[in-house]
Design a binder for this molecule. Structure first.
Ligand SMILES: Cc1cc2nc3c(=O)[nH]c(=O)nc-3n(C[C@H](O)[C@H](O)[C@H](O)COP(=O)(O)O)c2cc1C
Length: 163
């Protein structure tokens, strides 16, 4: 199974999970870089003033044949109840994606981010084969191994079923 992982991460948590998944799946891990032109704009965007600066964000996604993977795992932190804007902004460009996608979301809250999952489902046009959500309690206590294993099982089993 060819698997690629693409994450946007601001503060380390989502990348850490991406690294764990990459190791477990023998997958390539790629990162989205985001920046804004003026000092301070990026931090204000992250504080919630996204709409005011919608034109200022530069999103850099590695050039990869994303659609030629058996599975693409997309990861991001939850921002304002949705996947972080850099990932969403890339998906809004309608990149070619493989049939099978899975989502990884990290957040401070422990509540399942249903709105973020629905939004990514709409943006990708794909029903995810698996969703992994890790909240701050799991991330800080290190009790995320179980959910990660369950997520990996779903990714691999559903690949076998569809292959
Ligand atoms: C701009 C911004 C908005 C956020 N919005 C939410 C939110 O709506 N719900 C939530 O539970 N956590 C929210 N968080 C917290 C992040 O989702 C959480 O810290 C995440 O694990 C960070 O992942 P990272 O280390 O990969 O950047 C927000 C963080 C930022 C910076």
């Amino acid at each position: 199974m060819t698997c690629r992982i693409l994450v946007y991460c601001d503060d380390g948590a989502t990348l850490k999970i991406g690294e764990e998944l990459a190791w477990a799946l023998g997958a390539q891990l790629h990162e989205i870089e985001a920046s804004a032109g003026e000092d301070g704009v990026w931090s204000r965007m992250k504080s919630g003033l996204f709409a005011l600066f919608s034109g200022a964000l530069t999103v850099d996604v590695p050039d990869q044949p994303w659609d030629r993977s058996d599975l693409l795992i997309l990861g991001a932190p939850v921002w304002q109840g949705r996947g972080a804007r850099p990932l969403r902004q890339w998906l809004e460009t309608r990149p070619d994606l493989p049939e099978r996608v899975a989502f990884v979301l990290t957040s401070n809250g422990s509540q399942y981010p249903a709105e973020a999952v629905e939004d990514l489902t709409a943006l990708t046009g794909r029903k995810p084969v698996a969703v992994l959500h890790l909240g701050r309690p799991e991330l800080t206590s290190g009790t995320w191994k179980g959910p990660v294993e369950h997520f990996l099982d779903q990714c691999v089993v559903r690949y076998r079923q569809s292959a």
